[in-house]
Design a protein around this ligand. Structure first.
Ligand code: SF4
Length: 427
């Protein structure tokens, strides 16, 4: 019996050990009409499959045969030439089935280019993760605190070599505008998708946003605690709420993808539904959540471990009601030696479980658990870092099955049980 299209896309049969393209990152700019160009990144992993990232806005996972088709189509090959290449590399599909596969990938390339203005959201439970959802793939994003050009440029080059297509620069309070612009320019010229994450008060001055866009900025992520101005300003500083809303109005006008990063503590949970509806009204339809959680029952403003599953259920329901896309970020362990306010401002360690933290000196930290160094991006090759004990321990937690019958299925559980402090990031 002939394999179904899905089986062939998921379980290709190779004629050769590894079909082209070889592992690495491949950027393509393709015009889709007279005015618009679409940016594609293919990240080919060791097995020939990998990720397709479109316009920094959408991700899809591809099998080796899907990757080969996407690569050839994006190179400008016509369908007959792609079919010929497929026949050489794979066996087990009839010409009819090959044609269907080529049409499927052709349509995928077009469809993913359509949403526009959105930030790539990729929880581990996304349907696009398909049958391999339980196996952690190498990261697609790095969160890097802003540093001077001499430190940032070599890091960006190493990210590209490691196949990490997306960098988010973490802007400190009162960032050096020249350094920020130089970093965005360097990321754009390296072919990376580039975002900036920070507080509105630090990013709203003068023409900074326009200059960042001109330099190649793909998305702006702003801290946004709540619809209530007083609550937000009590965490991020007087006037920050108004500036965040001003910036969101400008990103709307300038067609820049924007994201709200919401800290989940007891105070922000009370009005989360209203906050999400308000953001949606402002045109901000992508939201990231990070919880600050405490192991005991009472966390002095943090979310107690025992309440984390209910909290996650409430958050996912509120996000679906407000029709916003959401991305879970690894929870942060409440640290008694720091004020809650300071932990909120520090934010999560990483943008998601498909990201890494890279310090300006090259130190790489996995997204969760104790702050264990997995290697140095400037000195170690990526495969050594990925196989380091720190990443093995992290993968061990993420890949073990966590979904269970005691709680309802939640997207957050695909990475780790939110009630387990060992799976939170501990700074
Ligand atoms: S991982 Fe299991 S126990 Fe933990 S919150 Fe999810 S369903 Fe509940």
């Amino acid at each position: 019996m002939s394999p179904t299209l899905l089986e062939r896309m998921l379980i290709p049969q190779l004629r050769r050990p590894a079909p082209p393209p070889s592992p690495g990152l491949y950027p393509f700019d393709r015009p889709i009409d007279d005015e618009r160009t679409v940016r594609y990144h293919l990240r080919v992993d060791g097995d020939g499959g990998g990720l397709l990232v479109v316009n920094a806005t959408a991700c899809a996972r591809l099998t080796p045969s899907g990757m080969l088709i996407a690569h050839e189509l994006l190179r400008g090959q016509d369908r007959d030439a792609v079919a010929q290449t497929l026949t050489t590399a794979f066996e087990g599909a009839t010409p009819d089935q090959q044609r269907q596969d080529i049409v499927h990938i052709h349509n995928l390339l077009r469809e993913l280019a359509e949403p526009g203005g959105r930030y790539p959201v990729f929880n581990l439970a996304d349907p696009s993760a398909g049958a391999q959802a339980a196996r952690l793939i190498p990261p697609i994003e790095a969160d890097v605190p802003l540093a001077g050009p001499d430190q940032i440029k070599p890091l960006l080059a190493r990210l590209w070599q490691a196949g990490i297509a997306h960098v988010t620069l973490l802007a400190p309070p009162a960032p050096d505008s020249a350094a920020l612009l130089a970093a965005v320019q360097a990321a754009a010229s390296a072919g990376l998708i580039c975002g900036v994450n920070g507080c509105a008060s630090d990013l709203a001055s003068g023409r900074l946003l326009d200059d960042l866009i001109e330099a190649g900025l793909d998305h702006l992520t702003l801290a946004y605690a709540a619809r209530e101005r007083a609550l937000h300003d009590s965490l991020y500083g007087e006037g920050d709420h108004a500036l965040a809303e001003e910036l969101y109005a400008r990103t709307e006008t300038l067609a820049l993808a924007d994201v709200a990063q919401i800290p989940l503590i007891q105070a922000t949970m009370d009005s989360l539904g209203a906050t999400l509806a308000h953001l949606s009204g402002l045109g901000v339809t992508t939201v990231q959540f990070f919880a600050i959680a405490a192991p005991g029952e009472v966390g002095a403003g943090a979310i107690p471990a025992a309440a984390m599953a209910q909290m996650a259920a409430d958050v996912e329901e509120a996000a679906e009601r407000a029709e916003v896309l959401y991305q879970w970020q690894p929870p942060v362990l409440r640290t008694a030696s720091l004020a809650l306010l300071d932990q909120v401002r520090r934010g999560p360690r990483c943008s998601s479980d498909l990201a890494i933290r890279v310090e300006p000196d090259g130190t790489v930290i996995p997204p969760r658990g104790p702050r264990r160094v997995a290697g140095n991006l400037l000195h170690d090759d990526w495969s050594t870092i990925w196989q380091d004990a720190a990443f093995k321990a992290y993968r061990g937690r993420i890949e073990r099955p966590t979904r269970c019958l005691t709680c309802p299925g939640l997207a957050i559980c695909a990475a780790d049980c939110p009630r387990e402090p060992a799976g939170w990031s501990q700074e």
